[in-house]
Design a protein around this ligand. Structure first.
Ligand SMILES: [Zn+2]
Length: 282
């Protein structure tokens, strides 16, 4: 049945790419949305040792954000999954809106999605280390990855391209908890069907702040392209996985990993993106 098809896809992806084993402590990055909720459910069902973590960007005006959190709490309670909750407000003393306003006033124009993404990744890694997690599993699906590949291709950003794939990042580091994508080969439409059949308490709308982002433009282009040309997204992934080992090797050659002077997290620059935002808002 359709259920088994998705579950087997996840199982095979974990095995084929050695994402984690049954002994590993896996933290599932949950938003309360359909993808990460489905991921947590399937991993639990397959017998993996999982806990959930959620990072709330504290957008007060955004009704769906607190609704998502309520949904997630309900789902975790019903499925006996431990949930760790963190928020921008508690960790940084400000909401996402306040953070953007603040750095904008210092002359730095950064879209919500960029700030939200950087700060979420930063907190995820920090908290995952504190919680002694071996891996962080994210709910990225095939469509998300095809968008990312295409986006970096259009921007000519080979380095960011090299960090994609079923296992995020290039270099291994003790200070960095690896992020993995067990839904890598699952299509968004399959997840919607699965999640609806299972009646997960999730919202299906996308983040309203993402609407004007570059990713959203690329997403819509790919959707209309796929309508006329079947398997476009799958073919992008197929092509990308073919060239990925070579581009990863190229960037691995470029020496040791460096660390942020402020927080000690892995960073390409002296000060990581998250710290440069955090120092600006203080
Ligand atoms: Zn830092």
């Amino acid at each position: 049945m359709a259920y088994e098809k998705i579950e087997n896809k996840v199982k095979n992806t974990i095995k084929k790419y050695k994402l984690f084993s049954k002994k590993d402590n896996v933290l599932v990055a949950c938003s309360g949305g359909k993808d990460s909720t489905t991921l947590a459910y399937i991993l639990k069902k397959l017998g993996y040792n999982i806990k959930a973590i959620t990072i709330n960007p504290s957008i007060k005006e955004r009704e769906s954000s607190s609704k998502n959190l309520e949904n997630l709490r309900k789902f975790c309670r019903e499925n006996e999954i431990m949930l760790y909750e963190y928020s921008f407000k508690e960790e940084f003393g400000r909401t996402l809106l306040e953070i953007r306003k603040n750095i904008n006033s210092k002359g730095i124009e950064m879209p919500y999605c960029t700030i939200c993404g950087i700060l979420k990744r930063y907190l995820l890694n920090k908290k995952a280390k504190e919680l002694k997690a071996d891996k962080i599993a994210t709910g990225h699906v095939l469509d998300d990855e095809a968008e990312s590949v295409f986006m970096n291709l259009l921007r000519g950003n080979v380095e960011l391209l090299s960090r994609l794939g079923p296992i995020s990042g290039v270099k291994k580091s003790k200070k960095f908890v690896p992020r993995v994508k067990p839904l890598y080969f699952c299509k968004e439409e399959e997840i919607i069907i699965y999640s609806k059949k299972k009646k997960f308490p999730v919202a299906y709308e996308r983040c309203p702040y993402a609407k004007s982002s570059y990713r959203e433009i690329v997403r819509n282009e790919l959707i209309s392209f796929e309508k006329k040309n079947k398997n476009t997204k799958e073919n992008i992934i197929k092509w990308f996985l073919g060239i990925l080992p070579d581009i990863k090797k190229e960037f691995e050659k470029q020496g040791e990993i460096s660390y942020c002077e402020i927080c000690g997290e892995p960073s390409k620059n002296k000060i990581c993106n998250a710290c440069s935002i955090i120092t600006k808002i203080r």
